[in-house]
Design a protein around this ligand. Structure first.
Ligand SMILES: C[S@@+](CC[C@H](N)C(=O)[O-])C[C@H]1O[C@@H](n2cnc3c(N)ncnc32)[C@H](O)[C@@H]1O
Length: 447
């Protein structure tokens, strides 16, 4: 079926959204304001939505259309907004936040732009695949498929990451490591992760238990010649559920060190193979500093979903006593060591923010002045009870999921928390992702 449509929005996958025949049409490679004759490929049986492709463009391209920076754009499925000029990306991200939060008593500020649009990622994640001619590919799955597209040459990772990834491909091919085949569930190497901190690089090879150890040793010998490589670890993953590094995995050191040293709030902290760290270091630092500023004055704070302490360490640096709660035990151990060495007033507790109320209460001498939450994309998911129980006069919510943020803000409003500041930050240029910092003031203890 063919139809004529003008896009008025952009979805997360980078498709233009237009309306036709009572449906939302998602059209690949059509920017807001652009018009085209499109062919509908798939219609949802559940909701008034369909997916289409351009057959013939009508009229002028959008003035916001730009040449994507990456050679694999459109095939790799990663940065789906790279064909949109950066100011238009920021405007679209703000619209996404406004749409998700519904009616709020205060305005959403402009999105704070990232200091860099390219080369900002401190981590590259690569799926390992086979080219038809037997060559090893390091790349990503093509959109809606498990076909691996070569992403070497990616401009979004720090240049040293791409350089090391090229070496990894060469070394693994030379060592004869067999790329994993999802269909037959055979092979040795599944994923490669390259992390960078302070110019040092760590490589994580995710292998199956069929891997031949001598081949890994050959890779280690080759990679030892790269001056930035501080260590290589392996993680064994035989699972079929798509998890790259299953939680609870153990990293085995193959070469050098099993960690890098990152600086958060100027505090050196070890980062291993799997701990969460924001990928855009410079913009994350700006956001953490802003959160710490918005939290003051605060003598006592609780930092829920603390990770390696990006937020908590900034607060502790400002003299606030912090209780940090994090589910990842490795991250908690590293944060404890870092805070102790820096003699900062931060206590890290390992546990589920939704189930740890007794422990937090026992360690708090008095009610906190501020509670910070920075949950994963699904939102508080049970931890709202602790936030409400702590009854701090201020809550700062740092969210990477505008939709779950909207739901959680409604739940907190029912307990008297009203936003007095909503400030989005762009930590991932070229993508639909947006981080939102919301400060909430307790206006009553309703509920
Ligand atoms: C978005 S990250 C934020 C980390 C940190 N605030 C930062 O800026 O780097 C979310 C963190 O929540 C942790 N997490 C996930 N579920 C959790 C839970 N139920 N309780 C406590 N922490 C959890 C994850 O391990 C991750 O470190």
């Amino acid at each position: 079926m063919k139809t004529d449509v003008t896009a008025h929005g952009l979805d997360e996958a980078g498709c233009g959204i237009g309306d036709a025949d009572g449906r939302h049409l998602h059209v690949a490679d059509l920017l807001p304001g652009e018009r085209a004759e499109v062919a509908v490929d798939h219609t949802s049986p559940h909701k008034p939505e369909a997916w289409a492709r351009v057959v013939r463009r009508i009229g002028e391209p959008s003035p916001a259309r730009v040449a994507p920076a990456c050679p694999a754009f459109g095939r790799c499925g990663g940065c789906t907004w790279q064909h949109l000029a950066y100011p238009a990306q920021l405007a679209a991200k703000r619209e996404r936040v406004i749409a998700a939060l519904g009616h709020q008593p205060i305005a959403v500020t402009e999105v704070r732009p990232s200091p860099a649009e390219l080369g900002y990622r401190n981590k590259g994640k690569y799926v390992v695949g086979s080219a038809g001619n037997g060559d090893v590919i390091l790349g990503a799955y093509a959109p809606r498929s498990h076909h691996v597209v070569d992403t070497l040459g990616c401009r979004v990772v720090a240049p040293i990451i791409d350089e090391v990834a090229v070496w990894v491909r060469g070394a693994t091919a030379k060592a004869g490591l067999v790329p994993y085949d999802e269909k037959t569930r055979t092979g040795e190497l599944r994923y490669a992760i390259v992390r960078e901190a302070e110019g040092d690089v760590m490589i994580v090879l995710v292998v199956t238990s069929a891997v031949v150890r001598t081949k890994l040793e050959k890779v280690a010998n080759a990679m030892a010649n790269h001056p930035a490589v501080r260590g290589i670890v392996t993680i064994t993953n035989d699972r079929r559920d798509g998890a790259i590094v299953p939680s609870g995995s153990t990293a085995r050191v193959l070469l050098g060190h099993g960690y890098l040293v990152e600086k958060l709030a100027g505090v050196p902290i070890e980062v291993g193979a799997a701990e969460f760290l924001q990928v855009n270091r410079a913009q994350a630092a700006a956001m953490y500093a802003r959160v710490a500023e918005l939290a003051q004055p605060a003598r006592r704070a609780v930092d829920l979903f603390a990770g390696l302490g990006g937020i908590g360490l900034h607060l502790a640096r400002a003299g606030t006593e912090v209780i940090a709660v994090e589910i990842d035990r490795d991250a908690v151990a590293q944060l404890r060591r870092a805070a102790e060495a820096a003699k900062l007033p931060l206590t890290a507790i390992a546990g589920d923010a939704g189930k740890i109320a007794d422990d937090v209460r026992a360690r708090l001498g008095a009610a906190p002045d501020v509670v910070i939450v920075n949950p994963p994309r699904k939102g508080l998911a049970g931890a709202e009870e602790l936030v409400i129980e702590l009854a701090a006069p201020r809550v700062i919510y740092v969210s990477c999921g505008p939709e779950s943020l909207g739901r959680d803000l409604a739940a907190l409003a029912a307990h008297g928390y009203q936003p007095d500041m909503i400030e989005p930050f762009d930590l991932m240029p070229g993508t639909a992702q947006v981080e939102t910092v919301v400060r909430l003031i307790r206006t009553s203890s309703r509920g």
